[in-house]
Structure formats: structure tokens, C-alpha cells
Design a protein around this ligand. Structure first.
Ligand code: 4AD
Ligand code: MG
Length: 448
């Protein structure tokens, strides 16, 4: 595609040339005869320098002074077409700067609310539509993009077909207490919590499938890991064993980290992410530990100085302090395998010889990022699944399509789902999940 204006990220190909860039003024400084503009255009940030004597030489006293004064008085977030000569600049991190020769204002901006001083999170969230313009937010969005790109690439390379699950559904996929309900022409419908159940139908039709789309959970959790609307990638694979599924998940997560290292190194630099740590997660095998061994380990260490968690018995669910401690203990992403059936979803297959435990795994990210993937082997036997649903008091009429999959050529199969925002938060090394999606939806936030 040919383009009238050069992007900041591409100025490296134009050293010594005069180019025009469409940009916004992120910040400004200087005094007397010199003005420095911090420019951004979404691809990168860099500095433009305007020197008054150059303008007077080029345009004469009157016009030169006027042009220079316009530049000097530009306000934050004014959009401009700026022309200048690209120069290498070894002092700046970016490596280039623009020696300004001309400027045209495109759109004015008065009293931009987000100034370079510190603002509180609530204020920034209220101005999310503008906050997205800041350097750090741009970097996080670039990482999100790299992760989505790497997801499609990974599954394509591994022979998966993209199979889109519906967003409106007649049944719950996960915990029925966390459903958003809506009226569907007189009958209740729910916003999808995960595409998994439909994806299982896809796996019986196409062998290996994945979906990627928004999912919704009416969770009243106010933590740094929970959104009410988030994007999930689910994958489902016929004739796949538990161990093979873990291998696939490990390869996938490593491909995502590598994808960010390859495609968004500048973003990791802006966020000051420890890149050596990310490389270590790729180089070293992930840890695999059973739920029961993890409980033993937690009990053994509960009086340690760094053990900031409550005592757990076998059969109890982990809270986030337990997840944090376990993954930090191993220092690499860790699969906790075969949890109690009592707090996992109805569709999980029991461990052979141990009906109290199910063939599932949560992948816990280190550094306190918690669960990023949930996956399992699915119950493929019709009678066993029906018995389980009856025991849980589920309405089987809502799941006829799902039960049919066990009636007509059922096969062993497994799959998993990743919360993209959890993965973005982890790779970006940011504290809170709300910055990992353009417009976060949380317990007390639906605007902007
Ligand atoms: O562990 P979950 O609930 O698993 C499922 O939904 C399965 N049906 C997936 C499958 O097997 N296809 O959710 C999967 C992942 C979690 O590991 C977590 O990363 C993310 O989704 N997640 C959330 N992310 C942000 N906010 C929330 N409220 C989340 N709840 C789950
Ligand atoms: Mg889970």
C-alpha cells in the first residue's frame, strides 16, 4: 500500500530525507529559539526538534517566526502533519529524530484531561478512550495483538481449523451462577461463558478446532485477575490424551511468549519487562504437579516466612495466594493436575480408579499471575455423563446436542481454554488485568 505520510516506526528507512508524518503531540518542551515535540502516531513515539533560525532562513522573518510560534504553542494531543528531515540520534532510545521544516495543524486539542502528571486509576479508567493513547497502553495493545496473531499462527501450523462458537446460548457452559441472562424472543438465553461445548461438536466434525471470541461471566469478583467480559481461545482435539493435551498447551504458551518477543520487542522495552525471564519460560520445561501433591507441599510450607496463605485440606479449592505461592515455588509456569471433581465442571472425566479426582489441569503462571489456562479430558461415555448431570440436578433437555455427541461415535477428546487478557497481563508484566483489553468490563464498570 502506498501512503502519503510516513509512520514513525518507518522513519529508519528515510534517514536524510524530508518526510511528512501524521501524528499527535504527546508532550512539548524547549525554550527560546528551540522547541522539542514528543510525537506519537500509534506505531511509536519520537522527538521532533524545531529551531527558529532555520525557519527564518527558509521562510523569511515574518512567516518563519509565525510558523515557529505555532509549533512552540502546540497543545497536548493536537493532531498535526509535520514535515522534516529524519536524522539519526544516538542519544535517544528510539535512535532517530526529526529536524522540523514545516507543520500543519489538523485538529485542535484544548485542555486535554490526561496531563503528564500522575493521575489516579479511577480517573484514568473514566478516560479510558484517551488513556489508550499513552505509551504504556500502546505497548500493552501491541502485546495483545502479537498474542492474538501468534494464536492463529500456532493453531494453523498444528492443523487446527478456526470454528466459531455462538455468543448467545441456550445453556450454561461453566458455572450457572455466573451467567448473564437475556431475553431471546420470549425464552431465556445466556451470554457464552466459553465456546467449549460447541467446540466439542466441532472436534467430532473436524478433528482439531479452536475458537476465539468474547465470553461473559457475571462474577462479582473485584480482583486484579477478573473481568466480566473477556476474550477466550478454546481448543478441542479428538483422540487426544491428558498428557498430549498438556504438551500442546505448553507448546502453545511458549509460542505466544516467543511471538511477543519476535513481534513486539519495543513494547516489552517500554514496559520494562524482564525479557530474560520470558526467555527462561520458553527454554525450561513447565512444571507438572498433581493437586494432591500441591496440597501436601502447601501444608509442608505453611509456616515458612514467604507463605502468605491459609491452611488447606485435601479437597479444598485454592485461593489466589495458594496459586501464587505454588507457581513461585517452581519459578516456571506450572500445571496443577487432577483437581477434586467437587469444584470442577460437570463435563470432566474422572481419573481412572479415583472418581473423586478429574483429568484436568490449570496452568498457573509464575510471578503471581495465577491461572491462565483451564483444560480437561471430557467425559465421553453417555451413561456416565448422564449420571453426573442427574447427580448435579442439571436440566438435560438444555444439553441434548451435547449428549448426542456421546451417542453417535463418541471418542476420547480433550481441550482447554485460555483467557487472553490473563496471558497479556503476564507477558506484559503489568499489575492489573483491566489494562489488557481496550475497554474493560468489570463489576462496577461498563463505561466508557
Ligand atoms: O478455567 P475456565 O473457566 O475454563 C473454561 O471455561 C473451559 N470451558 C475452557 C475449555 O476447556 N475450553 O476459563 C478458562 C480461562 C481461565 O484459565 C482464565 O485464564 C480465563 O479463562 N478466565 C478469566 N479471565 C478474566 N476474567 C475472568 N473472570 C476469567 N475467568 C476465567
Ligand atoms: Mg478455571
Amino acid at each position: 500500500m502506498s501512503k502519503d505520510y510516513v509512520s514513525i516506526i518507518d522513519v529508519k528507512d528515510h534517514v536524510g530525507e524530508e518526510v511528512t508524518i501524521g501524528a499527535w503531540v504527546a508532550n512539548k518542551s524547549g525554550k527560546g529559539k528551540i522547541a522539542f515535540l514528543q510525537l506519537r502516531d500509534g506505531t511509536a513515539f519520537f522527538q521532533a526538534v524545531a529551531f527558529k533560525p532555520n525557519f527564518i532562513e527558509k521562510y523569511g522573518e515574518e512567516e518563519g517566526t509565525e510558523k515557529f510560534n505555532t509549533i512552540k504553542h502546540l497543545s497536548q494531543e493536537t493532531s498535526i502533519l509535520i514535515t522534516g528531515i529524519v536524522k539519526e540520534d544516538s542519544r535517544s532510545k528510539f535512535g532517530y529524530e526529526l529536524d522540523v521544516t514545516d507543520l500543519k495543524i489538523v485538529g485542535h486539542s484544548e485542555d486535554y484531561p490526561i496531563t503528564p502528571k500522575e493521575h489516579g486509576t479511577d480517573f484514568l479508567m473514566d478516560h479510558r478512550h484517551l488513556w489508550l493513547r499513552s505509551r504504556k497502553q500502546m505497548a500493552i495493545m501491541q502485546i495483545r495483538n502479537a498474542i492474538i496473531y501468534a494464536t492463529y499462527e500456532f493453531f494453523d501450523k498444528n492443523g487446527f481449523i478456526k470454528f466459531d462458537s455462538p455468543i448467545l446460548s441456550g445453556n450454561a457452559a461453566e458455572d450457572s451462577t455466573e451467567l448473564f441472562e437475556t431475553d431471546y424472543f420470549g425464552t431465556p438465553a445466556y451470554l457464552s461463558q466459553s465456546g467449549q461445548l460447541y467446540l466439542e461438536a466441532g472436534a467430532m466434525a473436524l478433528g482439531r478446532v479452536f475458537d476465539f471470541g468474547p465470553v461473559f461471566r457475571a462474577e462479582k469478583s473485584k480482583t486484579r485477575r477478573h473481568l466480566t467480559e473477556f476474550w477466550m481461545m478454546d481448543a478441542e482435539y479428538s483422540f487426544l490424551s491428558h498428557e498430549e493435551s498438556l504438551d500442546l498447551q505448553e507448546a502453545y504458551v511458549k509460542a505466544l511468549i516467543q511471538g511477543v518477543l519476535d513481534r513486539a520487542p519495543q513494547a516489552l522495552e517500554i514496559l520494562e519487562r524482564d525479557v530474560d525471564l520470558l526467555k527462561k519460560y520458553i527454554a525450561e520445561p513447565f512444571k507438572r504437579v498433581s493437586y494432591d501433591d500441591a496440597i501436601d507441599l502447601l501444608q509442608e510450607h505453611e509456616n515458612d516466612e514467604d507463605a502468605d496463605y491459609e491452611h488447606l485440606e485435601h479437597g479444598d479449592d485454592f485461593g489466589s495466594p495458594h496459586e501464587t505461592w505454588i507457581s513461585n515455588y517452581f519459578g516456571v509456569p506450572t500445571f496443577v493436575i487432577n483437581y477434586p471433581a467437587s469444584f470442577k465442571a460437570f463435563y470432566m472425566k474422572p481419573v481412572p480408579g479415583n472418581p473423586e479426582r478429574v483429568l484436568c489441569a490449570d496452568l498457573l503462571a509464575p510471578e503471581g499471575y495465577g491461572e491462565i489456562i483451564g483444560g480437561s479430558v471430557r467425559e465421553d461415555d453417555y451413561d456416565t455423563l448422564v449420571a453426573k448431570m442427574d447427580a448435579l440436578g442439571m436440566d438435560k433437555s438444555e444439553y441434548e446436542f451435547y449428549l448426542d455427541l456421546r451417542k453417535y461415535g463418541s471418542v476420547p477428546h480433550a481441550g482447554f481454554g485460555i483467557g487472553i487478557e490473563r496471558m497479556v497481563t503476564f507477558v506484559a508484566g503489568t499489575k492489573h488485568i483491566r489494562e489488557a483489553i481496550p475497554f474493560p468490563r468489570m463489576l462496577h464498570r461498563i463505561k466508557p
